[in-house]
Design a protein around this ligand. Structure first.
Ligand code: GDP
Length: 432
């Protein structure tokens, strides 16, 4: 069934801990869409897109940017570092991409240099206090601090840039507090004048892109234009449902898509969960199916599992069927896209987790973070196919053992597989 058969408003979210390959899926869907909206998060993760223009890790720019006809929006739920937007646009433009059709909602919160500094300093403090071990694993992009400011009414929104007098008042009110926080970590202080200069530079570069996206989004949805809502990270990093506190500060779920883009739940026609054919997680927190043996190293090497933003090696493990069932419930998947099937081409046997043992009990859902750290995964073993799938373009061309493994994933996800990807290129996609 084509994704668009369920309707025109489709949410694309990560069904694991992030890095599932959402970027390439959105790039694929965008070809037939009119609008792509990033609805949460900032420049703390990269969506990799490989296409005729080259290979890109887009941190903030929506993945529909490669199609000039697509309106690319940074929605109200996002947090925006305008310097990153400038850098990304310069990279895209130098590769020949027309970046004119991007827009930032007036309600998106701005990431200021102090957010980044505070994020890094707080991460260092946690690391020190934790005895040098891995702390939260934040990417030091200021995401936690900017969302904290948003929720404590101390944020500055993109629209504020358009009203310099108001902005100055906000900064004058905020800076005494910010500077005290910075002093706690012995960090540099900021003056309102210095930040007003930065704001003026941002306004000159991006001011005409800052708009109220509400009427556009409302009319696009009402008129049946195809709209893709692009999630960042995955449910494992959701502020409510992820492995708190090793999470991000927003909700990369279909519910988050509604509030972050301004689309009512009833107007969402489809929710596509993107899931790797195995598991990876970057940063701290429990990870029940993590492999500490040669299989883990093999997944990391063949799958090139290194973070798009930080280059950090990703932790690797077998597919977690409990986690996909949980992701499907919270998000309400109407379909799934299974990526990186080709990485499993080289395995004789493949394991798949179908339950978590907790003492005498077996859990069929993902429990809270602390409990999750205590569970033991229960595995099924599936025969590998040991054949090159990277050239497969139809379901029937996939090896029989691969199809059986995928059908089991589908069962655990309680949602039909709509895509299988067998390589990073645009063409390496099997439509199911
Ligand atoms: P995202 O943040 O969810 O978009 O995912 P990332 O970009 O962080 O990570 C996905 C990585 O896997 C990127 O390097 C992609 O180029 C790559 N990738 C995506 N799909 C496939 C696939 O089917 N096979 C292989 N081998 N690589 C893939």
């Amino acid at each position: 069934m084509s994704v668009w058969e369920s309707g025109n408003t489709i949410v694309v979210v990560g069904a694991q801990w992030g890095d599932e390959g959402k970027g390439r899926v959105v790039d694929y869907l965008a070809a037939r869409a009119g609008m792509v909206i990033r609805f949460q998060g900032g420049d703390n993760a990269g969506h990799t897109v490989v296409n005729d223009y080259g290979r890109f890790a887009l941190h903030l720019t929506p993945c529909g940017i490669f199609y000039p006809h697509v309106r690319n929006l940074l929605g109200p739920g996002t947090v925006v570092n305008l310097d990153t937007v400038s850098e990304e646009q310069a990279q895209l433009q130098s590769a020949g991409v027309d970046t004119a059709n991007y827009w930032i909602d007036v309600r998106a919160h701005l990431i200021w240099p102090y957010h980044r500094l505070l994020d890094g300093a707080e991460e260092d403090r946690r690391k020190r206090e934790a005895g040098g071990g891995e702390a939260m694993g934040t990417t030091r992009r200021g995401i936690g601090p900017v969302y904290a400011d948003k929720h404590s009414y101390n944020g500055i929104r993109a629209g504020d840039l358009l009203y310099p007098d108001l902005l100055r008042q906000r900064l004058d009110l905020l800076l005494p507090i910010k500077n005290r926080q910075l002093a706690l970590y012995e960090l540099e202080q900021f003056s309102a004048g210095g930040l007003m200069d930065l704001a003026a530079a941002w306004r000159a570069r991006h001011g005409d892109r800052i708009v109220d996206t509400l009427p556009w989004v409302r009319d696009a949805v009402r008129d049946g234009e195809r709209v893709v809502l692009e999630g960042q990270l995955g449910i494992g990093r959701d502020i409510n449902w992820g492995i708190y506190p090793y999470t991000t500060a927003s909700s990369p779920t279909s519910g988050g898509a509604c509030v972050g883009a301004g689309i009512p739940p009833r107007a969402i026609d489809g929710v596509l969960g993107v899931v790797k054919a195995y598991s990876t997680s970057v940063g701290g927190g429990p990870f029940p199916t993590e492999l500490h043996d040669d299989f883990g190293v093999k997944l990391q090497e063949i799958g090139r599992e290194y973070g798009a933003t930080t280059g950090r090696p990703r932790r690797c493990g077998w597919f977690d069927g409990v986690a996909i069932g949980y992701a499907s419930w919270i998000n309400g998947f109407t379909g799934i896209a299974v990526t990186k099937l080709d990485v499993l081409d080289h395995f004789e046997e493949i394991k798949l987790c179908t339950g978590y043992r907790l003492g005498e009990r077996v859990l069929d859902y993902v429990p809270d973070t602390v409990t999750q750290g205590m569970v033991e995964p229960l595995y099924e073993t599936w025969p590998g196919w040991q054949a090159d799938t990277s050239g497969c373009r139809t379901w029937d061309e996939l090896p029989k053992a691969a199809r059986a493994y995928l059908r089991r994933i589908e069962e655990l996800a309680r949602a039909p597989i709509q895509f299988v990807s067998v390589g990073p290129e645009r063409s390496q996609m099997v439509l199911v």
